[in-house]
Design a protein around this ligand. Sequence first.
Ligand SMILES: Nc1ncnc2c1ncn2[C@@H]1O[C@H](COP(=O)(O)OP(=O)(O)OP(=O)(O)O)[C@@H](O)[C@H]1O
Ligand SMILES: [Mg+2]
Length: 253
Amino acid sequence: MITLDGVHLTYPHKGGSIEALTDVSFSAREGEFLSIVGPSGCGKSTLIKIIAGLLPTSKGEARVDGKLVRGPHPNVGIVFQEATLLAWRSVLRNIMLQIEVRQEFENDAYVPRARDLIKLAGLDGFEDRYPWELSGGMQQRVSFCRALIHDPPLLLMDEPFGALDAMTRDEMGVWLQKTWMERARTVLFVTHDIGEAVFLSDRVMVMTARPGRVKEIMEIDLPRPRELRITEEIEFVKYVSHARRLMHAEGYY
Ligand SMILES: Nc1ncnc2c1ncn2[C@@H]1O[C@H](COP(=O)(O)OP(=O)(O)OP(=O)(O)O)[C@@H](O)[C@H]1O
Ligand SMILES: [Mg+2]
């Protein structure tokens, strides 16, 4: 579904340059949940932007579904750290915005689907409310619905739970796993939280400090659906400490 081959990215900076990514190669299978962890500034957001087609590589290539990424492409849903909802639009209208900006779609045909997603997100009864009437976790669930409404085969998430408190984060993690298991999309999930990455993922990719490279890709062999109490089990803890050791070696903590 996603293939990166020898991707380098250098940003111009004050007459010089900053090397953000160096020789990044990996692939993600269709339907896989792959998390990316790594020290701050190692190029995780840069990687997401390259795959979304928002940023061209300096060298090497990125492919989605076999096609070379040359610019923004429609078959992707993106969720960022902030929900970025429009305050003057209801929950339903915020979700429908994704359809309205893509003029090739028939708007009304997507309303029942939006309502289904609202239900799936546990927001039944809130479709006509406004973002400021919702908690942070609820707002973020609306932004997930907005990313899913056009049924993209690929979901890119850049620290989508970053702005939430620990308990809401846990809840959202369980919710995201359930949603993913029902819809089986390929997911690339950036997080700072190693436990969250292990909990959610089929594989966890650990990156080196900047310039970011792939340090190791860990296969997470834990049964699904995973419940929160799995975080206390020895197999889970082993994965987390292994990833933490890799991060330590990169000067993290
Ligand atoms: N537009 C830009 N111009 C110049 N340098 C940039 C730009 N965007 C990012 N960088 C630099 O590239 C590196 C990678 O940035 P990126 O945002 O991808 O890191 P990150 O891994 O997402 O970090 P964090 O975990 O803090 O979100 C950083 O050192 C950053 O300073
Ligand atoms: Mg980032």
